[in-house]
Design a protein around this ligand. Structure first.
Ligand code: FAD
Length: 504
């Protein structure tokens, strides 16, 4: 790639009408921020332009109040450890998610040591991760899950607790008002975290800007066209002055969150054929009363109702945002055809194409669990929502909790055989020539941004990845290694990341 001049301009009037750049990042969320930070380290001479349609970074899903801020490492999320028909517990997904989060911890640690990120407490804080179940059958499942995970070094230190006195000592808010003889159990680990992905995004993008990247807000990418030499031209609306800017880029990353599917469709790459998006919006209830928040220091994940999708798992979370502790409970699902919180009602209908009609129709027919869940959630009153919370905190007071709208999830619908399947994970879609890639889907989401962006680098820069290997090992020391098979490396890296991220 050749470097080119992208002179940072005084806003709002002076964005050049034509920009030439090596790397175009679309969207100022955690994914673009992470990829930009990696590329700036790997290839400091490449020019980077980041375009965001809103007026500042992290206003969609990466905003701290638009997601739950769980550093997903499968310590507490029961949907990653399903019970199999023979009664055993499948922990393979949990191991994958945990390994992916270790990569994030390492990259963030390297970023702290090298000045890309500031005070770790501004974006990551230790909060115990807890799974919570009621009833004998569920307690048996939780014990089996604990037995299966406890021997794996990734889950070292996990505890199983079915003693009600100990439950009350660790989770006073959840014990108050609960019958003393109720059958409850928890698994507990101190290694959990709460992450402010908005602060993380903003700090990485500030760093990019300091290092000479062109970061332009209020710039909406309307179209992407492939040029005859394999590069891309983006047509961009400069919302401040109402004119069109043309950006010519050798490589494009579509980190547009829910808007990624629309832009990848406009780019017309064959790899997006058969994909569709199904939007699910969300709400949380939040308590900012410090006296209540003081009684709960944990992220406690329960079980999804039978047949309901993974995103319906209820959880009561400690949040640490701007140094203040508060509580979050939810999520409650809602529905709108928008692909972004600040999106358009035409997002869903305009995304339907001949190639994704069959997958969408098939999902409509087969996803009764999701549809039933959405209908029941939409019918819930505010009172019913606080009643759900009382299954966790029996004495919760209505007045302590306010309803807030969370971010928009766009679940991936993928062609499968003659029909389609609804997926709850994240998927990187890239063109065969590696000139463009984008990220679809929502979960485990921001926690696995580092792993997802390493995937983008491997797919899109196969001829550079060998040259980058030693630098990648600096950024992420366990790159290419399964930590569950290397307990001594895992322990070294745990000590290193705990110390660097202030999680001791
Ligand atoms: C309710 C909920 C709870 C969640 N909980 C967790 C959690 O606990 N832990 C976790 O790890 N993850 C969680 N996630 C997932 C996580 O929030 C997302 O995976 C992550 O934030 C996505 O980051 P992103 O950069 O892809 O997208 P976003 O943060 O949405 O950023 C995309 C950006 O692109 C911009 N954009 C879109 N289209 C254009 C365009 N055409 N031109 C220019 N700019 C454009 C948008 O304005 C936006 O700023 C949750 C998500 C939701 C919705």
């Amino acid at each position: 790639m050749t470097s080119s001049a992208n002179v940072p301009a005084a806003r709002p009037s002076a964005t050049p009408e034509r920009i030439t750049t090596d790397v175009l990042l679309v969207g100022a969320g955690i994914m673009s921020a992470t990829l930009g930070a990696m590329l700036k380290t790997l290839e400091p001479d490449w020019s980077i332009t980041l375009l965001e349609r809103l007026d500042r970074p992290a206003r969609e899903s990466s905003d701290p109040w638009n997601n739950a801020g769980t550093g997903h490492s499968a310590l507490c999320e029961l949907n990653y450890t399903p019970q199999m028909p023979d009664g055993s517990v499948d922990v393979s997904k949990a191991i994958t998610v945990n390994e992916q989060f270790q990569l994030s911890r390492q990259f963030w640690s390297h970023s702290i040591e090298n000045g890309l990120l500031k005070d770790p407490a501004s974006f990551i804080n230790p909060v115990p991760h807890v799974s919570f179940v009621e009833g004998r059958q569920n307690i048996d499942y939780l014990r089996k899950r604990y037995d299966t995970l406890a021997g794996n070094p990734l889950f070292a230190g996990i505890e199983f607790i079915d003693d009600n006195t100990e439950f009350a000592r660790r989770l006073p808010l959840m014990a108050e008002g609960r019958p003393a003889d109720q059958d409850v159990a928890i698994s507990w680990t101190d290694h959990g975290t709460d992450v402010d992905f908005g602060a993380l995004t903003t700090q990485y993008i500030d760093h990019l800007s300091d290092e000479g990247a062109d970061v332009l807000y209020n710039h909406h990418v309307k179209n992407l066209e492939r040029n005859s030499d394999g590069s891309w031209t983006a047509k961009v609306k400069d919302k401040d002055v109402g004119r069109t800017v043309t950006v010519h880029a050798r490589f494009v990353f579509v980190g547009a969150g829910g808007g990624a599917i629309t832009l990848l469709q406009k780019a017309g790459i064959p790899e997006i054929r058969g994909f569709a998006g199904f939007p699910v919006s969300g709400e949380f209830i939040r308590c900012t009363d410090e006296a209540v928040a003081e009684k709960h220091d944990a992220k406690v994940y329960g079980m999804a109702p039978v047949g309901a999708p993974p995103m319906s798992v209820p959880h009561l979370d400690t949040r640490v945002i701007d140094g203040r502790r508060s509580l979050l409970f939810g999520p409650y699902a809602g529905w709108t055809p928008k692909f972004l919180k600040e999106g358009s009602f035409t997002d869903l209908p305009f995304s339907i194409r001949a190639h994704n009609l069959a997958p969408m129709a098939a999902v409509g027919v087969t996803s009764w669990g999701l549809i039933k869940y959405l209908v029941l959630e939409l019918a819930k009153t505010r009172k019913a929502k606080v009643n759900n919370l009382r299954e966790f905190a029996p004495l919760a007071q209505d007045d302590d909790w306010e309803l807030i709208t969370a971010g928009q999830r766009v679940q991936v619908v993928r062609k499968k055989g003659h029909g389609g399947a609804l997926e709850f994970g994240t998927t990187v879609v890239s063109a065969a020539d590696g000139s463009i890639a984008g990220l679809l889907g929502a979960s485990p989401g921001a926690s696995t941004a580092v792993s997802a962006m390493l995937d983008v680098l491997e797919r899109c820069f196969p001829s550079r990845i060998g040259t980058w290997e030693s630098k990648l090992k600096d950024l992420v020391p366990s790159y290419g290694v399964d930590l569950s098979d290397n307990p001594s490396l895992l322990e070294d890296l745990r000590l290193y990341t705990n110390r660097t991220l202030g999680l001791d």
